[in-house]
Design a protein around this ligand. Structure first.
Ligand SMILES: Cc1ncc(COP(=O)(O)O)c(C=O)c1O
Length: 449
C-alpha cells in the first residue's frame, strides 16, 4: 500500500515474520477445560488480524485511508449493496443513518423535530437514542415472541400524519418480518432504517430471491464491537443503495463538509475554487464548505485493516453461529414446558447473535434463579440489552411528564422480556464441551435434570 525503500521493505517483512511468531507464542489460547469461563461472545482472530494491524500501523496512514477503502469495497461486495461508510461504532452508525434522513437535501421527505418514528422498546438503546436526541418522537410498539421482533400487527395503529420512518433492529440475529415492514413503509412513503448490528449475514426471501438483511431498507447499520459477527475493536458501518444518502452520511460523518475528497486528497471534484455556496464568496475553498451540522465519526485505517481480515472469516463465522444455535435448540427442546425457545422468522435464515430463553410465567423458578446459577458456574449471560428502554433512568423525566414519546397498545411482551428473558452465546468461540456445559447447568438450574 505504501511505496518504501528496499531496506524498509526488508524491515517490514522481518517485523511481520516476528508478528506472526508473536501471535503463535502469545495469542493462542489453551484449550477449554471444565471450570473455565464460557463467554457469551468475543473476538475470534488469528495471525492475519495482527499482521494487518501491524502492516497498517507501519503505513502510518492512521485516519480513514486505503484499508478503509478496501473494507468498504469488500463489505459492499459481500452484502450486494452499493455504498458503505466505515465509522467508529455501531451507535455512531445509527446516529448517522438517522441524521442523514433529517438532511435539508431531502426536502419534504426529511425528518423534522416532532415527527414520529416507529420503533420498539425491547433492544439496544442506541437504536432509539438518535430519534430522541434530534427531537423526533419514538412511537413504541410491542414485540412478538419467540422471534423477539416488532409486532407488525401494531404498525397501522402506530401510524399518524407525523410518521416519517420505521427504525428497528433485527433482534439477536433474527430478521424482523421484512415483507410486512417493507409493504407498510412503501404504502405510507416512510423511510426504513435497519439496525443490522446484531444480524450481519442473515438472509430473507422476498420477491423471489434471497437477500442479506441490511439491504432491504433505505439505510442500514453494523457494529464491529468485539462480540459482534466481525470486529475491529471499536467500529461500525452505514450502508445504502442510495447515492444521495451515501453522500449525506459521509458529509455528516466528516464534520458536515460538502466536499467528498477522501482523507489526504484535494480537488477530486476539479472545481475546488469555482463554486458558489450559501452566502460565501464565489470560489470559496470547497474543502471548507459545510452543508450539514456534522460530527467526526471516522474510524482509523488500523481498525479497518483488522476488519479486512475479519471479513474473510465472516461466512465461516456465520455458519458456526448457526450450528451452535441449532445444537442448543435441539438439546433444549424437551424443556419447552418451562422455557420459550427462540424461533427463526418465516422466510429467513438468521445469523444468530445469541440464544434467547424466556422463562414461562408458571415455571417453578425465576430468571434470577437461572441466571445466578449459570453465572456462578462461569457461564456468561446477557439480557436483551435494555429489556424495556422506557423503564430506564434515562427516561425518568420523559416518563414523569409523559412527553417526547408514545406507546401504542401495551408492551406486555417487552415487559415479559425485561423480566423473564436472557441469552447465552453462540459465537464461534463455543465448542461442543462448552455448549454441553451450558445445557447441563441450565437444566440443573431448572431442576429438571
Ligand atoms: C442492535 C444494536 N444496535 C447498536 C449497537 C451499538 O453498537 P456499538 O456498541 O458498536 O456502538 C448494538 C451494540 O451491541 C446493538 O446490539
Amino acid at each position: 500500500m505504501k511505496t518504501e525503500t528496499p531496506k524498509g521493505r526488508q524491515i517490514r517483512e522481518q517485523i511481520l515474520r516476528l508478528t506472526e511468531e508473536y501471535y503463535h507464542t502469545e495469542h493462542i489460547k489453551a484449550p477449554y477445560k471444565d471450570g473455565d469461563t464460557i463467554n457469551y461472545g468475543g473476538r475470534i482472530y488469528d495471525e492475519k488480524e495482527l499482521l494487518n494491524l501491524v502492516n497498517s500501523s507501519l503505513d502510518f496512514w492512521l485516519t480513514t485511508g486505503p484499508w478503509t477503502e478496501k473494507f468498504e469495497a469488500d463489505f459492499c461486495n459481500f452484502l450486494g449493496i452499493q455504498h458503505c461508510s466505515v465509522v467508529n461504532s455501531g451507535s455512531s452508525a445509527n446516529l448517522l443513518a438517522f441524521m442523514a434522513l433529517t438532511s435539508p437535501k431531502l426536502k419534504n421527505r426529511r425528518i423534522l423535530p416532532n415527527d414520529e418514528v416507529i420503533t420498539v422498546a425491547a433492544g439496544f438503546p442506541t437504536t432509539v437514542t438518535p430519534i430522541i436526541q434530534y427531537g423526533a418522537v419514538p412511537i413504541f410498539v410491542d414485540i412478538t415472541l419467540p422471534t423477539y421482533n416488532i409486532d407488525v400487527d401494531m404498525l397501522e395503529a402506530a401510524l399518524s400524519s407525523k410518521t416519517k420512518a420505521v427504525m428497528i433492529a433485527h433482534t439477536l440475529g433474527n430478521p424482523f418480518d421484512i415483507k410486512a415492514i417493507k409493504d407498510f413503509c412503501n404504502s405510507h412513503n416512510l423511510w426504513l432504517i435497519e439496525d443490522n448490528c446484531d444480524t450481519l449475514g442473515a438472509k430473507y426471501f422476498l420477491n423471489g430471491k434471497w437477500q442479506y438483511t441490511g439491504t432491504f431498507g433505505d439505510i442500514a447499520t453494523s457494529s464491529f464491537y468485539p462480540p459482534h459477527h466481525i470486529t475491529m475493536g471499536e467500529g461500525g458501518a452505514v450502508y445504502t443503495n442510495s447515492s444521495e444518502l451515501y453522500r449525506i452520511v459521509n458529509s455528516l460523518r466528516d464534520w458536515g463538509r460538502d466536499c467528498w475528497c477522501p482523507s489526504g486528497h484535494d480537488n477530486t471534484c476539479n472545481c475546488r475554487f469555482a463554486q458558489q455556496f450559501g452566502e460565501l464568496p464565489l470560489g470559496y475553498d470547497h474543502k471548507y464548505v459545510y452543508s450539514h451540522f456534522g460530527y467526526n465519526l471516522k474510524a482509523t485505517d488500523m481498525q479497518a485493516a483488522i476488519g479486512c481480515a475479519q471479513l474473510e472469516k465472516l461466512p465461516a463465522f456465520i455458519e458456526e453461529r448457526r450450528k451452535n444455535w441449532q445444537y442448543l435448540a435441539d438439546n433444549l427442546k424437551t424443556r419447552e414446558d418451562y422455557f420459550i425457545l427462540p424461533e427463526a422468522t418465516g422466510n429467513s435464515i438468521p445469523s444468530w447473535f445469541g440464544f434467547m430463553l424466556t422463562i414461562k410465567k408458571d415455571a417453578p423458578f425465576t430468571r434470577d434463579d437461572i441466571v445466578r446459577h449459570l453465572e456462578n458456574n462461569k457461564i456468561q449471560t446477557r439480557t436483551l440489552f435494555a429489556g424495556n428502554i422506557i423503564k430506564h433512568p434515562c427516561f425518568d423525566e420523559m416518563r414523569s411528564t409523559q412527553t417526547g414519546y408514545k406507546t401504542i397498545g401495551t408492551l406486555l411482551n417487552t415487559d415479559l422480556v425485561m423480566q423473564n428473558s436472557f441469552w447465552v452465546g453462540v459465537y464461534p468461540g463455543m465448542n461442543q464441551a462448552k455448549l454441553d456445559k451450558i445445557i447441563r447447568i441450565l437444566l440443573t438450574a431448572a431442576k429438571v435434570e
